[in-house]
Design a protein. Structure first.
Length: 420
């Protein structure tokens, strides 16, 4: 088995030979095997153990076991204690999610401190099969069918090439003991139900089900680059960027729902929302969908995406006196300094706001002006205005007010410039 893992590490370029590897070690069979195999393969390793204090004496037993194992094998060990229940309650999440968050947050902290190359964890083929089924049950796109990667985001999984049974056989041959987490036998978590009930039932139909599902993940994983290339080409036709997507090319595509799903994939929208968006492309403008982090607007010929905490009214504007008008650009405006009788202030639009656009004599509502320049609803909400007293002197980034323009009688000029 050690040779199989060595070849898997090499073929997937998981590790560099002379750089430190952090190894997550719970004391269970999988992580014990991982630790010892990496040691035997000659890698420079340091063990990390988390005590979540969820199983009373059993948690302390695991910590002591890992400490003795590392001492016996001359392996450096760092241990971290967590109040997992308090963290879960404070963040209103499950115990399982709390433990995962705490574990990986600490792992990444140690990774930064030690400048190690990555963190090795002990997921194997059985875990891969469980992950595939879990993703299917919850609902997933093609990436969920790929399961876990050998190396991604500095998390390495060198045991994805072997089964749990092979790991246990390896430990038995080596005469190496390990500890067992009693909660793995409880059916409270969906993953445990998959492990204890669903996979054994599937094995009655296909005795090789673990390898079959794991190989399916590998096939999908290898296919994703080709899928991504096609998606990228279609999104480029739709002039997609981080904030906009043209609707017309979407309507001409046979894969509208897939393209919208991929465009929004990491923005927190549900499958139901992306389906509704794709079915609303020919509807009236103005409809908005929201995730926890983003909003998306159906606006005329585009879908417009905005981060909830990203506001244009927080722009930084530099104010300075200049001798002449030296450059013109949308992010720059010039004013007669002697016409400004009050300090310049900034705010977003209110109902009834108006100004006199540069070069004109009559008033124009800010809302009408923004409509004329085809500003989206999001842009209208966040449009920054510069004011002198109660007068709007600049629709920032667009047009200044004619009353405060620089003319032939101007003696002093003030320039406002948006700092990019």
């Amino acid at each position: 088995m050690k040779e199989v893992i060595r070849k898997y590490i090499q073929s997937n370029n998981i590790f560099r030979q002379k750089e430190l590897i952090l190894v997550g070690v719970s004391g269970g069979a999988d992580s014990v095997a991982l630790l010892l195999i990496l040691k035997d393969l000659g890698y420079q390793i340091q063990a990390l153990h988390c005590n979540f204090h969820l199983r009373g004496e059993e948690s302390d037993r695991d910590e002591n076991f890992v400490a003795e194992l590392c001492k016996k094998n001359g392996i450096s060990l760092l241990t971290k204690h967590f109040d997992t229940k308090e963290y879960a309650a404070k963040n209103n999440i499950s115990i399982e999610m709390a433990a995962r968050d705490l574990r990986y947050s600490w792992f990444y902290d140690v990774l930064t401190e030690t400048k190690a190359q990555c963190i090795a964890v002990a997921h194997h083929k059985n875990d891969q099969a469980e992950t595939l089924l879990l993703n299917l049950i919850r609902g997933t796109g093609i990436r969920g069918l790929a399961g876990m990667y050998p190396l991604r985001n500095k998390i390495a999984r060198p045991l994805l090439c072997v089964t749990r049974q092979e790991i246990l056989a390896y430990l038995s041959q080596a005469g190496q003991d390990y500890v067992t987490d009693s909660t793995n036998l409880e059916r409270g978590a969906t993953r445990n139900i998959i492990r204890l009930d669903i996979l054994p039932q599937l094995a009655t139909m296909n005795p090789n089900i673990i390898n079959t599902l794991s190989e399916t993940c590998s096939i999908v994983m290898s296919s994703i680059p080709f899928y991504d290339k096609g998606i990228q080409e279609e999104l480029e036709l739709a002039k997609a960027n981080d904030s906009e997507l043209d609707i017309k090319p979407l309507l001409e595509s046979k894969d509208t729902a897939v393209l919208i799903y991929e465009w929004l994939r990491e923005k927190g929208f549900t499958n139901a929302q992306t389906t509704e968006i794709s079915e609303s492309l020919e509807s009236t403008s103005g409809k908005i969908w929201e995730s926890k982090t983003h909003r998306i607007l159906k606006d005329r010929e585009k879908l417009v995406l905005q981060e909830k905490n990203k506001r244009t009214d927080q722009l930084h504007i530099i104010q300075e006196e200049v001798e002449s008008i030296s450059e013109t650009a949308p992010e720059i405006a010039y004013f007669d300094m002697d016409k400004l009788t009050s300090p310049i202030t900034y705010r977003t639009p209110k109902e009834g706001d108006w100004f006199i656009p540069f070069g004109m004599k009559g008033k124009k509502l800010i809302s009408d002006y923004l409509t004329d320049i085809k500003a989206t609803r999001f842009e209208k909400e966040n449009q920054l205005l510069a004011l002198c007293g109660e007068d709007i002197i600049w629709v920032v980034g667009h047009r200044s007010d004619n009353r405060y323009r620089v003319d032939k009688d101007t003696k002093r000029i003030i320039r406002l410039r948006v700092e990019v």
